[in-house]
Write a protein that binds this ligand. Structure first.
Ligand SMILES: [Mg+2]
Length: 228
């Protein structure tokens, strides 16, 4: 019997990269008015890429995308000579815009139907805020890498979810777009796996998911099949 379904968020329930790019442009514009030497030196993409330098210097915070963004902004500020920098306000500009996502049309209706039969939870490596996005009412709880202290595919987030759901791992189905983070990670934790492949990608190799779907509408027939 399947008791619970856990969902990845970014690129599973909405497209994230166009939204991140827009958030980076808005942050860049905000910096122009408050700390102009930063956007004079760095493009939005170069600011994003500073996160990679932060990861190299501090690999232990790589799982925390909020901290990475803030540290990258600090790095940029220092490089152009700002000794004081309001990183919280800068991050808030990015964060608000990063949460202006548009869930795919199939998301809310499907989750509403599934929530009548299963416990639903979200498991994300990103820093999406389901309250800002307006889907929090559909999930029993939400975990992300920052709360847990480790990103998928590590088993910690899956193990925490299983403990909170208080069911056996094979009674949980994890649904996500990332072959490694979602499919491999959830399979390692003993969950059943569904790969959401909305864009017709080829499977990159390794053990395949228990099921593959192209939209969330296809999830319910898969579950019905497994329950019968
Ligand atoms: Mg994803």
């Amino acid at each position: 019997m399947i008791k619970a379904i856990t969902f990845d968020l970014d690129d599973t329930l909405w497209d994230i990269w166009p939204v991140v790019e827009r958030a980076e442009i808005l942050l860049h514009a905000w910096l122009t008015t408050r700390y102009p030497r930063i956007p004079e030196r760095f493009t939005p993409l170069e600011l994003r890429e500073l996160s990679q330098e932060v990861i190299v210097a501090c690999p232990e915070i790589a799982y925390d995308r909020t901290r990475l963004r803030k540290e990258a902004l600090w790095l940029a500020a220092r490089r152009v000579g700002y000794l004081e920098f309001d990183v919280e306000s800068a991050f808030a500009v990015f964060f608000l815009a990063r949460n202006a996502v548009e869930p795919f049309a199939d998301v809310r209706p499907t989750l509403e139907r599934l929530a009548r039969h299963y416990m639903l939870a979200s498991l994300s490596n990103g820093n999406a805020d389901l309250r800002l996005i307006g889907l929090h009412d559909l999930f029993a709880f939400s975990l992300n890498a920052i709360d847990v202290g480790a990103a998928k595919p590590e088993s910690l987030m899956f193990d925490r979810a299983r403990q909170r759901l208080a069911v056996q791992p094979d009674q949980i189905v994890h649904v996500g777009d990332d072959p490694e983070h979602d499919v491999f990670g959830a399979a390692q934790a003993g969950f059943r796996t569904v790969w959401v492949n909305r864009t017709g990608r080829n499977w990159p190799g390794g053990l395949r998911a228990d099921a593959e779907i192209t939209t969330l509408v296809e999830l319910e027939p898969v579950l019905t099949d497994w329950e019968s």
